[in-house]
Ligand binder design. Sequence first.
Ligand code: GLC
Ligand code: CA
Length: 561
Amino acid sequence: MRAWWQEAVLYEVYCKSFYDSNGDGIGDLPGVLQKLPVLKELGIDCIWFTPIYASPQVDNGYDVSDYRAIDPAYGTMEDFRMVLERAHALGIRVVMDQVLNHTSDEHFWFRESRKSKDNPYRNYYIWQPPKEDGSEPNNWGSYFREGRGSAWEFDEATGEYYLHQYSVKMPDLNWEYPPLREEICDMLRFWADLGVDGFRLDVFTRLKKPEGFPDTKKAPDVLLDRNGFVVDKTMCTNVPGIHEIIHEMHEKVFGPCGVYTVGEGAGVNARNALSYTEKSRKELDTVYHFELAGRSKPNMRAEDFRRVEKAWFEVQKNGGWETQHFSNHDSPRQVSVYGAEGTYRKASARLLAVLLLTTPGTPILYQGEEIGMVNAAFGRIEDYNDRYTVGDYRSMLEKGADPGKALRLLTPKSRDNARTPYQWDGSAHAGFTEGTPWLKVNPSYPEINLEKDRKDPSGVFRGYQELLRLRKDHPVILDGELAFYLEDDPAIIAYTRENADETLLVLANLSGEEAPLSLPAELCMKAWKLLFAGRPECSGNFREKKTLAPWESEVYLLSDK
Ligand code: GLC
Ligand code: CA
C-alpha cells in the first residue's frame, strides 16, 4: 500500500504573491480560497504553504514572531480554517512550512531571552560571551551578510552575542535545551490537531550546531565575505546529533499525529538521504534536495539529470522516497535557467514538466511554473526585496565592484525572480491586485499569463494538466523501474519506466538545437503509442524519428504489453 504522499503532486503556494483579494498589494488566504478551483482544475493533490504565520516579514515569513497565529496581512485563523476545509472538500491536502531553526527577534521568546541571563527563556536561543578582546565568538558569517557580516550579534542588555545563521533579526533557536524541544512539539501538534496533513521543515539539517562553535577553516569568498567572517554552508549542516532531534519529533509528533514530512535538505544528497528517510529510522518521510536544481545551479545537462536521477532512484529502492522539483521560492524560474526564454519558452516549459512528472518520487511544483513564468530582471537594486540579493550587492560594492555589473551578476540568481506576483491575466498588475503589488510584477505578463495560456491547447497549463492526469492513469509512473538509454548523449534524455503491467518511454531534447536520435533496436522495434507530446507539431511517426527538434519531448506507452 502506498501512502497518499507517494502518489501526490505537491504545489507550493507563496501566499504573498499568489492572489490579493483586498487590494492591499499582498496575496492573502481569501485570495487562495478564491483560486482553489484553478488548482483543482490543474490536478494537483496537495498545497504546501510557505510560512503564513505572524511575522515582521524580514524574510517574507521565514522570520516567525508567533507560530500559532496567521499574519494579519494574509487573513485570520478563520480564513485559514476555511481554506483548509475547502481544500479538503476538493480532495487537496495541505502541508505547512515549519521554520524551526530560528524565529523572528520579535518573537515573545526572544524578547524575553535577551532581557537577562536568568530569564526563563534565556536558553531558548544561543548566547555566547565575547572573546577576550570583545569580538565575536567565532568567524562564522551570516547568510544574509548584514552589518559586519558576522553570524553573531552583540546584545547590549546582557553583554553577550546571539547566533543568527540568517538575518540579525532571525536568532537561531537552541535545540540543546529540552524545554524548547517540548515547546516546538506542542506547537507542531497544534497544527496537526487543526487538521493539516503535513509539514515542510525549513533548513532542518541546520538545527544542531557543532560543539564549542569552532571557527570555520573555509577560505573566504573574496567578493562576498566581509571583515573576515566566512559563510560556510557546511558548518551547521548535518552535525552529529541532528538525527536524534528529528527522531524525537517523529516519536512525539509526526508518528502519533500521522502527518507527512518533507525536509528542506540543504546538505542532503543521495549518499546521506537514507539516514534521514529510511523508514526504520523514524525521522522524515522525504527530503527535498538541491543536487539537480537550486539557486546556484546555472544549468542542467542531460548527464547531470541522468546521474542525479539514477542516484536518487537507488535511495528510493533502498527504503527512502524521493522528491522532484526544478524550482521553488528560493530559486530563479526554471524555464529561464534550465529551459529557454523566447521562441522555445512554451516547448521547454512543457519538456521540464515531462521530466518532473514522469520520474520517480513525489513532484513538487512551484506556483507559476504551470504557465511558464520567467525571470524578471529589475534595473534597480531598490526594487529587490530578497535578502540574499541585497546583502550580496552591498558586499560586492564594498569590495569595489561596479554597481551595474554587480546587479547584472546577482539578478539571474535572485530569489525575487520566483517571487514576483502570479500572472493571472493581461490586465493591470497581471490581475494579481487592484492596489500596488508588494513586489514588482514581471513585465512579461501581457504575454505570459494564466488566462491566455489556459486557452492554448498546447499551452503550458494544459501540458501540466495532461501530465498530471497521466500520473493517475498510469501507476507505472509511481512504481516503475527507471532505466536510461543513450547514456552518452549530450542533449537527449531517454528513459523507460516499467512495471509488470506497463512500460513508458520518455524522450526529451534538453537543448535548443535539433539533435540526432538513434535509439537501440530493442526500443525501436516496439510498438509505442504516443501519450503526450511536448511539441505536438513535431511528434510525427515514432518509427521514422531520426532527430528530436529543439526542446522536443514525448511520452510513449508500449501498446502491446
Ligand atoms: C529556507 C527557505 C528560505 C529562507 C531560509 C531561512 O531556505 O526556503 O526562503 O530564507 O530557509 O529561513
Ligand atoms: Ca491582500
